[in-house]
Design a protein around this ligand. Structure first.
Ligand code: ZN
Ligand code: ZN
Length: 420
């Protein structure tokens, strides 16, 4: 098996991996292990640390028709994701220790390690008071975020960032000026004008990014920017990092793979927030992944039922992505020679694990046995009906992708296996 593990400087050289009692026991040439079950990669398959997806909506508690913790983790397993951070916009929102514990208890038997981002404000409300960060942290929360309901009150956001920094827990911020984006269904630009559809200007995202950077700089605290999609947000983050501001960022596969041209067929499955942008934005996002301005690729896996997605104008934002993220990375970044496989795995596993402070994202001896095994050359077509979560709103549906997950091992247990 070719082994790619950026944390141990393995760049795809053939090696064996021995897993024992839920941990990586050894990685090396021709390991002898009596009675071990063997996956033979035949020089064709790659193994890498299981993917770490730091932006996922599991919809549980509250929206079992869309997804629940167990079904969401089945989708994760099929996509090679072994650790995920779930967002707090559930019902109730994740604003109490009880809800954090509910998710963690239910996830104990799931097919992926689940980490919880708790809400910044009670009920994700803008006028509401801050949650009790200390209590949420003690219950197991690993990050704080209001995701799609950004904190409009900048004073309150500053207070949240400082409180989270004191606890050493990241704030992950969905950047959106809600006044600028109000009523918009897709990126504001030539395509939205041609279609006569109300747009969301890039400035809505950029104003949010600029504010978070200003607060991080003013108070000397870190902030992580979610799903970056615009060229100006990339420029703001790049500049801030050069100035020593503690800002990190992620993007999602659809922003480096697709543009607003996709919306010409008025298919609500391709509507999300922030929206698919222009070719110039797409190319800038790729450049940001290449030069280290953005450190992670996360999916913003956002399940919605076919009924909810039926009407282009009324459908809620979001697309599912955990079962296609690795293939999208290989197809749009590795195959065209924009990133090496090692760089892709760093963005999808090593680096997000580090950003969240997780014991994951490495195949070093003694690490948890979280492994993805994939065929980087297998070509397949994304059929939403053969995916494994509850919803079908896949942004890459019908598309031919290269790279297929063949097995996923989570905590030493096979949670996904197909033909190996
Ligand atoms: Zn968001
Ligand atoms: Zn989200």
């Amino acid at each position: 098996m070719k082994v790619t593990d950026p944390a141990s400087r393995r760049d795809g050289a053939v090696a064996d991996i021995l897993v024992e009692d839920g941990a990586i026991r050894a990685v090396g040439q021709r390991i002898d292990a009596k009675d071990a079950e063997i996956i033979d990669g035949e020089g064709r398959l790659h193994a890498a640390p299981g993917l770490v997806d730091m932006h996922v909506h599991l919809r549980d508690p509250g929206f079992p028709d869309k997804e629940d913790i167990l079904s969401g983790c089945r989708a994760a397993a099929a996509g090679g994701v072994t650790s995920l951070l779930c967002m707090p916009n559930t019902k109730p929102a994740v604003d109490t220790p009880e809800t954090v514990r509910y998710i963690l208890d239910k996830a104990a038997n799931a097919d992926a390690h689940v980490y919880v981002a708790a809400a910044i404000t009670k009920g994700l409300g803008d006028a509401a008071e801050l949650c009790d960060f200390q209590a949420l942290r003690e219950a197991g929360a690993c990050a704080f975020s209001n995701d799609g309901r950004p904190v409009v009150d900048s004073r309150k956001m500053a207070q949240a960032m400082r409180a989270a920094a004191e606890l050493g827990v990241p704030v992950v911020s969905h950047c959106e000026d809600l006044y600028l984006s109000a009523g918009g269904l897709m990126n504001e630009g030539a395509v939205s004008r041609a279609l006569g559809v109300p747009g969301v200007p890039a400035a809505a995202e950029d104003c949010g990014t600029a504010r978070e950077i200003a607060l991080a700089a003013a108070y000397g605290v870190p902030v992580h920017i979610c799903h970056v999609s615009t060229k100006t947000s990339v420029a703001l983050i790049r500049d801030a990092r050069r100035r020593g501001v503690q800002v990190t960022g992620e993007t999602a596969p659809h922003y480096f793979a697709l543009t607003d041209e996709e919306l010409r067929d008025r298919d609500a499955d391709k509507r999300m927030s922030p929206p698919l942008r222009t070719e110039e934005d797409r190319l800038t996002v790729i450049e940001a992944l290449r030069d280290g301005t953005l450190q992670a690729i996360a999916t913003d896996h956002a399940p919605h039922t076919p009924q909810e997605k039926a009407d282009f104008a009324k459908a809620p934002n979001g697309s599912i992505g955990m079962e296609t993220s690795l293939a999208a990375g290989i197809t749009f970044l590795v195959k065209p020679g924009l990133l090496t496989m090692t760089e892709l795995i760093r963005l999808m596993s090593t680096s997000p694990a580090r950003l969240l402070g997780l014991h994951a994202g490495t195949l070093a001896e003694g690490a948890p046995a979280d492994v993805v095994v994939f065929d980087p050359d297998e070509v397949w077509t994304v059929d939403p009906d053969s995916l494994h979560g509850k919803s079908r709103n896949a942004v890459f549906k019908g598309r031919e992708l290269t790279g297929r997950v063949k097995a996923t091992i989570c905590g030493g247990r096979f949670v996904w296996r197909e033909g190996v």
